[in-house]
Design a protein around this ligand. Structure first.
Ligand SMILES: [Zn+2]
Length: 589
């Protein structure tokens, strides 16, 4: 691997994604753009006269434009990600944004007008067509739509509903500053949001402790402001859920994806039953670090030696292919094709967007952006993103455009299944003790960060919303006490519950999108359980069926067909067993 970062124009063709599969050149893009500009006003001609008899015509027109607009948008953005410094493609992105806005404005009338039609007629019109599930799903909302005057009033205050989120962003991203800190060698270091996490991962305990103290000091200084902002957000959730005739806040947030409230409560209950495993992990960490007292600032520093194994991109592909063998011949053939025929933009170049993602537009093949650097994490990223890409590949191949995406509830399943399969594979073929310890630690940290931590967040949100629904005021003191009790319950006696950690709820931006983070924990549990089922119980065919389904059914039903029922404790218990197995391995190393 070379150390110098090269210019985009010098990247070898075989290392680049074949973006020309979206548009062969810019003139094709311009042509499609002009076509969209002509077609969008035609959609508007139906406004105010949508009926069950012309509904399907509109859907057809909408699909043609929707697909084009998506391709325009994806192409412009992917091109700009190749080199963020390229002004031409930044301009193209703005042009793509404007067509998206026009398109969204033009079709904004469709769903409300359908909801205003006679339910029987609409159902009849969609019978036997691909739109049946789409219509059924849309009609579910009828019970929670107000009369015209009510909807107008809500639309009028719509902007205000994001006030808590907006104000918190301003506090957190713009106004908040941190006192500089001193590391173990006595050097002063600046503290920022970006640097905080890397300081906590440092092996310098003085640096970790000082970063922790200084970070929370800034939040504490604004304790009453942040409590008031968060509390107003919770009260907004309550007001809107009541206006829309939901029996609770949580029901209103889970309704959109048709997730029963029991799924949420079942997650919390099952994780609670297994907290002894998290506590065992904490004891192990304390022992490995050799500290008298373990603090929360000791939670992110590695307890295993760093290993310096470099794997070339080609080798990593080979390992991922071998690891995913249980998914069957067809999956493997497509995967290999994707790896060698221009799905992936492999390496860093000057100006390229950082990180990794899988993306693309319906009707073509998926794409993966990588900044592959040869580390083990990079190999897992490859498996992860190809998981998303294969999910899109199968869905686009098998589903009509209307179901060509997937819900957030299932979005991380395919990627995490691939990571879990890669992990199991590497553990089965690796004998080197240090390498094994590294892998197990990596996997256990995922469980801690995704399954345990996000569930604790979910429990906090539920407790706070239920309190407010009963009319109990939310103050800095009351919320901090709830958070303290949760930390005691989750982490046990082997860790010191410093005051600072009890303020952690003040710094979580996700809390401003209520009842959202639990999906990380449910998705993770499902994926780990599915990987286990694929390896040990011939679960591959059911799972491929899930990959082919897009959003053609409700998330819970899709997962049930794949072989996991997340409305029961089973997948979570199953994931916990995998975690326990890792603990056993780590304790004996
Ligand atoms: Zn992902």
């Amino acid at each position: 691997m070379s150390m110098t970062v090269i210019e985009r124009k010098n990247v070898k063709i075989e290392d680049k994604w074949k973006i020309e599969d979206l548009f062969s050149d810019i003139s094709q893009w311009e042509k499609e753009y002009e076509m969209c500009e002509k077609l969008i006003p035609e959609l508007m001609e139906y406004k105010g006269r949508l009926s069950s008899s012309n509904m399907l015509d509109i859907f057809e027109k909408d699909e043609i434009i929707g697909r084009s607009v998506e391709r325009l948008y994806v192409y412009a953005n992917m091109k700009s990600h190749e080199d963020m410094g390229d002004n031409f493609y930044q301009g193209l992105c703005k042009k793509a944004d404007s067509i998206i806005v026009k398109y969204n404005e033009a079709c904004a009338f469709i769903e409300p007008e359908i909801l205003g039609l006679d339910e029987e007629d609409v159902l009849k019109a969609s019978e036997g067509t691909v739109y049946r599930h789409f219509i059924e799903n849309l009609l579910r909302n009828k019970a929670h739509i107000l009369d015209t005057k009510g909807e107008e009033m809500l639309a009028g205050i719509y902007e205000l509903t994001s006030a808590a989120d907006d104000i918190f962003s301003m506090i957190n991203d713009a106004d908040m500053t941190f006192e500089p800190i001193v590391d173990g060698k006595g050097n002063e270091r600046p503290l920022t949001h970006g640097k905080y996490q890397s300081y906590l991962e440092s092996s310098d305990r003085v640096l970790r402790k000082n970063a922790f103290k200084s970070y929370y000091k800034s939040f504490y200084a604004l304790k009453n402001t942040i409590a008031a902002v968060y509390s107003s957000g919770v009260r907004k959730d309550i007001v809107i859920s009541r206006l829309r005739n939901y029996s609770s806040c949580i029901e209103s947030f889970l309704y959109g994806d048709n997730i029963p409230v029991d799924v949420y409560k079942n997650l919390i209950e099952t994780v609670n039953k297994n907290l002894h495993l998290l506590k065992r992990y904490i004891s192990l960490r304390k022992k490995r670090l050799g500290v008298d007292k373990l603090h929360f600032y000791d939670l992110y520093t590695p307890i295993v030696d760093n290993i310096n194994v470099k794997t070339s991109f080609e080798e990593a592909c080979k390992k991922v292919v071998d690891a995913l063998e249980p998914l069957g011949e067809e999956y493997i053939n497509v995967l290999k094709k994707g790896m060698s025929e221009g799905w992936i933009d492999k390496y860093e170049n000057k100006g390229k967007r950082s990180g990794a993602y899988s993306w693309g537009a319906y009707g073509t093949h998926p794409y993966v952006l990588m900044n592959y650097d040869g580390n083990i994490n990079s190999m897992f990223t490859l498996a992860h993103e190809m998981g998303h890409a294969m999910h899109s590949y199968y869905t686009w191949r098998e589903q009509p455009f209307v179901y060509g995406s997937y819900t957030i509830f299932v979005a991380e399943v395919a990627s995490t299944v691939n990571e879990a399969l890669l992990m199991e594979y590497l553990l089965s073929v690796t004998e080197d003790k240090k390498y094994r310890a590294y892998l197990i630690n990596y996997y256990m940290e995922q469980f801690r960060g995704t399954l345990f931590r996000q569930t604790m967040f979910a429990e906090f949100e539920l407790t706070v919303h239920e309190m407010a629904e009963k009319g109990v005021p939310l103050t800095f003191e009351s919320m901090t006490e709830i958070y303290r009790q949760l930390n005691i319950k989750y982490f046990g006696d082997d860790i010191v519950i410093d005051d600072e950690i009890c303020y952690e709820w003040m710094r979580i931006p996700h809390f401003y999108t209520a009842f959202y983070v639990y999906q990380y924990a449910t998705g993770y549990s499902c994926a780990v359980a599915l990987a286990d089922r694929i390896i040990n119980k011939n679960g591959a065919d059911d799972y491929i069926g899930f990959l082919k389904s897009g959003c053609s059914d409700y998330s819970i039903s899709l997962l049930r067909k794949a072989g996991v029922d997340i409305s029961t404790a089973e997948p979570i218990e199953n994931a916990m067993k995998v975690f326990e197995g890792l603990l056993n391995k780590m304790e004996s190393l």
